[in-house]
Ligand binder design. Structure first.
Ligand SMILES: *Cc1c(COP(=O)(O)O)cnc(C)c1O
Length: 186
């Protein structure tokens, strides 16, 4: 990541970090980029930002802000959405959802790896951002999971993607792990 930033600086290219999916505690820190010694020119946020109310945000460094100028849009700065975002960030900080994602993610990985089914190539996990790469297509297992009451999407043809709510309970996670192990071992 530092090398990418250095290359951007060298070529005069803006360094834009998209944290729409990885940001806001998902990976065990407020931003996934916190774990690298980088300072993006622009950082994008959305999804979890409003806690369910639609909102996106573009953060800029002071250096590039004047060049970006006013970024207007029809619903930009919507008071309801902004209030939801402020309340969501307060909740995340009060309940230390970053630490929670870190702990629950590690818990998930530990329990999954104990009984990792043979058709799994690799479990990739950082906080509560989880990818289970299979040695075969994921779709039949996504369907089987759905029949067990677990809704998951794929990320590419062979990866089961799990992005549970950061407020998920350990007991709920246990149910998901048990069903995953059952479906993937069948
Ligand atoms: C969902 C997503 C987007 C699109 O965000 P919108 O707010 O729907 O425009 C962009 N980047 C990543 C990484 C996403 O996950």
């Amino acid at each position: 990541m530092s090398a990418v930033q250095a290359l951007c600086t060298e070529r005069g290219v803006l360094f834009i970090v998209d944290e729409i999916q990885t940001g806001l505690c998902r990976t065990g820190s407020m931003f996934a980029s916190d774990r690298y010694a980088i300072s993006p020119d622009i950082l994008c946020l959305a999804k979890a930002l409003g806690g369910g109310v639609p909102i996106g945000a573009v953060l800029t460094s002071e250096r590039v802000a004047p060049a970006v100028g006013m970024h207007g849009s029809t619903f930009g700065g919507n008071p309801l959405a902004c209030a939801a975002a402020l309340a969501t960030i307060d909740y995340m900080q009060e309940h230390t959802l970053d630490r929670r994602a870190h702990e629950l993610g590690d818990y998930f990985a530990e329990r999954f790896r104990e009984k990792q089914p043979a058709r799994v190539r690799e479990l990739r996990q950082i906080g509560l951002m989880i990818g289970i790469e299979l040695k075969e297509k994921a779709t039949p297992y996504l369907v089987a999971l759905m029949e067990e009451g677990v809704l998951a999407l794929s990320a590419g043809p062979t990866v089961i993607r799990l992005l549970p709510p950061l407020t998920v309970g350990r007991d709920q996670l246990d149910v998901v792990i048990d069903k995953l192990l059952k479906v993937l071992s069948a």
